[in-house]
Design a binder for this molecule. Structure first.
Ligand code: FE2
Ligand code: FE2
Length: 154
């Protein structure tokens, strides 16, 4: 989903609803990765550091607060897949952080990371979000949203 579409989805929920927060963060992630693609040199390094720092916080909070909700409902299969994708992204980020940001290696590995992150977010939105919407009332989702933001502020 494009950043614009994610933001539109977010508007369907109360501002503090965990689903609104997650949709908005997916939009933020897409835009932050685009900023890396669209820059060079020191600016690109800074954009890469900022984007990956945010992704890491987002994924860590999902693992702590979203996966337990999913696991209870589906028994764990999807949870394992999502956690594995996040671990793989982590490794890709580590490999990228060792490369010259203006190298062709960086370009190609970054393109791979970007599409993996986008596919991962898509799976969360199509598989996890409906489960959360069904399993939690709006009040509970707002509470979960609060916990999520607190976990990210860590
Ligand atoms: Fe994730
Ligand atoms: Fe996510």
């Amino acid at each position: 989903m494009s950043a614009e579409e994610d933001r539109k989805q977010a508007e369907k929920y109360a501002a503090g609803d965990i689903l609104a927060i997650l949709y908005r963060q997916h939009a933020d992630i897409t835009e932050s990765l685009d900023r890396v693609s669209d820059s060079k040199g020191e600016e690109r390094s800074a954009n890469f550091a900022a984007a990956t720092k945010f992704i890491k916080k987002h994924e860590t909070a999902e693992q702590a607060l979203i996966r337990p909700v999913i696991e209870k409902v589906d028994g764990g299969g999807e949870t394992t897949d999502r956690n594995a994708e996040e671990k793989k992204a982590d490794q890709a980020i580590l490999a990228l952080s060792k490369l010259d940001v203006d190298s062709t290696d960086f370009d190609s590995q970054f393109a791979t990371l970007k599409s993996a992150v986008s596919e991962h977010a898509e799976s969360e939105e199509t598989i996890e979000f409906p489960i959360i919407e069904k399993a939690r009332t709006e009040e509970q989702r707002i509470e979960l949203g609060q916990q999520f933001l607190e976990a990210m502020a860590g």
